[in-house]
Design a protein around this ligand. Structure first.
Ligand code: CAO
Length: 404
C-alpha cells in the first residue's frame, strides 16, 4: 500500500540517482522490474490499483522525472543487460569506437560502397537491419554522429584520434571478477576523460596559514552544536573563493570555442566534490557570495548528506562556476584536481599540518593548509592563477579580510 508521493523506486541516470514518487495512493499489485534492470523511457515499472477502486488498474509509467532521466539513453536497439564484457550497456554509446578485428560485417555491396566513399569503418557501425545487417541509414547515422561529436563545441569523442588501451586477458595472471560499471561510474569516467583531453591543465600550489582561522573555528564549536551545524574549514574556503572569483572574474567564465566567445557569469555558484559510496558527486551551492558562514556550513552539510543518501536532484548538481574538492579531512600534501569543465578552475584542498615558518627572527609553529588550484590555461594565465591563490592565502590567513 502506498500513499501519493511515497518513493516507489530509485532510478540511476547518468547524472543522478533519485527516487520516483508514486503519482497515486493505492496498492502495488505487480512489480515489473528487478533491481539492476536497465530501463528506457516508457518502460513499465509496476502495476497498481489506485485508491478504493480495486478493479481499476493503472500503470505507473509516465512519470516526468523518469522520462527526463532516461530520455538520453533511449535506444531502439536493446542488448542483453548483464553481459559482463564490452557492449553490456544498452544505448547509443554501445557503438564500438575501436574496430573489432575479425568481427563479421553484414552489409550489401551498395552499403559497403557508401561506407568507402564516406570513409566510415563498417566495423564501428551497428546494423539495424535483420540479423544486425548494416543498412544505408546506419552508415549515414554513424557519420552524422561522428561529425556531431567532433563539431559539438570541440568535444573530444572517446578515443578519437587516440589509440585505445588494449586489455590483456587478466585471467591468465590469476582469478578475476568482472562487475558492470554503474551509470554514474561511466558518466564520471567520460566526464573526467573529456575534461582531461580538452583542457590544458596547470596546477598552482600555495600553503595558506590556517592558524588564526582554526582558532576562530574551534571557538565556534559550542555554537555549532546548538545550531546542529558543524563548522569545518570548508565554509571559510567557499567564502574566500567567492571573494577571489569576484576580484578575478576571469575565473568565472566558460569558453565557447565554437562561437569564439567568453561567457562571463554574473553569479557565483560553487560545486563541492563529495565522496560517496556510489562515487563522486558535485552538488552546487548557489550564490555563495551572498551567504554567511553558518548558512554555507548548513548547506554544505545538507548537500553532502543528500549526496551520500542518493537524494540529490539533478538541479542541485547544475550551474556551478567553480569547484572545490577537499581532501583535508583525509590527508595528503598536494594533488592535481581535474577541472570540472566547462568550469575553468577547481581548488583542491589538502590536510592542514603544523609547520615551522620563519618570521624574520625565529621559526614559529604555524598551521599550514596546502591548496592546489588547477585551471584551464586557455581561459586563465599563470600570473592570474598565482594572484588567485595569493588572494586566497591573504583572505584565509586573516579572515577579517572576508569582511572588506
Ligand atoms: N585540514 C585539516 N583538517 C581538515 C581540513 C583541512 N583542510 N578540512 C577538513 N578538516 C577536518 C574537519 O575540520 C573535520 O575535523 P573535526 O571533526 O575535528 O572538526 C574533519 O576534517 C572531517 O571533515 P569533513 O570531511 O566532515 O567536512 P568538510 O566540510 O571538510 O568536507 C566534504 C565536506 C563533503 C567535502 C567531504 O566530506 C568530502 O566528501 N571530501 C572528499 C571529496 C573528494 O572525494 N574529493 C575527491 C575529488 S577528486 O577525485
Amino acid at each position: 500500500e502506498v500513499e501519493v508521493d511515497d518513493p516507489l523506486v530509485t532510478v540511476e541516470s547518468d547524472k543522478a540517482t533519485f527516487e520516483i514518487p508514486s503519482p497515486h495512493a493505492g496498492k502495488i499489485t505487480k512489480v515489473l522490474v528487478s533491481e539492476g534492470d536497465k530501463l528506457s523511457e516508457g518502460n513499465d515499472l509496476l502495476e497498481m490499483q489506485v485508491g478504493n477502486d480495486a478493479g481499476d488498474e493503472e500503470d505507473d509509467t509516465d512519470d516526468a522525472e523518469a522520462k527526463d532521466a532516461e530520455s538520453a539513453d533511449e535506444s531502439p536497439r536493446k542488448q542483453s543487460a548483464g553481459a559482463s564484457d564490452k557492449g553490456s550497456a544498452s544505448g547509443k554509446d554501445d557503438v564500438p569506437d575501436v574496430p573489432q578485428p575479425g568481427a563479421k560485417v553484414h552489409a550489401g555491396p551498395a552499403v559497403r560502397k557508401l561506407a568507402r566513399e564516406l570513409g566510415a569503418d563498417l566495423n564501428r557501425v551497428k546494423g539495424s537491419g535483420p540479423k544486425s545487417r548494416i543498412i544505408k541509414d546506419d552508415v549515414e547515422g554513424y557519420v552524422k554522429a561522428q561529425l556531431q561529436k567532433t563539431q559539438g563545441g570541440g568535444a573530444v569523442a572517446g578515443g578519437s584520434g587516440i589509440p585505445g588501451i588494449k586489455l590483456p586477458d587478466f585471467s591468465q595472471f590469476g582469478d578475476i571478477q568482472r562487475d558492470a560499471m554503474t551509470r554514474m561510474q561511466v558518466a564520471t569516467a567520460n566526464n573526467m576523460q573529456r575534461s582531461w583531453l580538452n583542457v590544458p591543465h596547470v596546477t598552482q600550489h600555495e600553503d595558506v596559514d590556517f592558524t588564526d582561522l582554526e582558532a576562530f573555528r574551534k571557538g565556534l564549536k559550542a555554537e555549532g552544536e546548538k545550531r546542529a551545524v558543524k563548522m569545518t574549514p570548508l565554509p571559510f574556503i567557499l567564502k574566500a573563493c567567492a571573494h577571489a572569483l569576484t576580484a578575478l572574474p576571469q575565473f568565472n567564465v566558460a569558453l565557447d570555442m565554437e562561437r569564439k566567445e567568453i561567457v562571463r557569469k554574473q553569479y557565483i555558484h560553487i560545486g563541492i566534490a563529495v565522496d560517496t559510496p556510489a562515487g563522486l558527486m558535485v552538488p552546487v551551492i548557489r550564490d555563495v557570495d551572498k551567504k554567511g558562514l553558518w548558512e554555507l556550513a548548513a548547506e554544505a552539510q545538507e548537500l553532502a548528506g543528500k549526496a551520500r543518501d542518493k537524494k540529490l536532484k539533478p538541479s542541485e548538481m547544475q550551474g556551478g562556476c567553480f569547484s572545490i574538492t577537499s581532501l583535508g579531512g583525509i590527508g595528503g600534501t598536494a594533488f592535481t584536481p581535474i577541472v570540472n569543465s566547462p568550469e575553468v578552475a577547481i581548488l583542491g584542498v589538502s590536510k592542514a599540518a603544523m609547520k615551522p615558518v620563519w618570521d624574520g627572527e625565529a621559526f614559529q609553529p604555524r598551521l599550514l593548509c596546502p591548496l592546489s588550484l588547477s585551471y584551464d590555461h586557455r581561459a586563465v594565465n599563470g600570473a592570474d592563477a598565482a594572484r588567485f591563490t595569493t588572494l586566497l592565502a591573504e583572505l584565509m590567513g586573516d579572515i577579517r579580510r572576508l569582511l572588506l
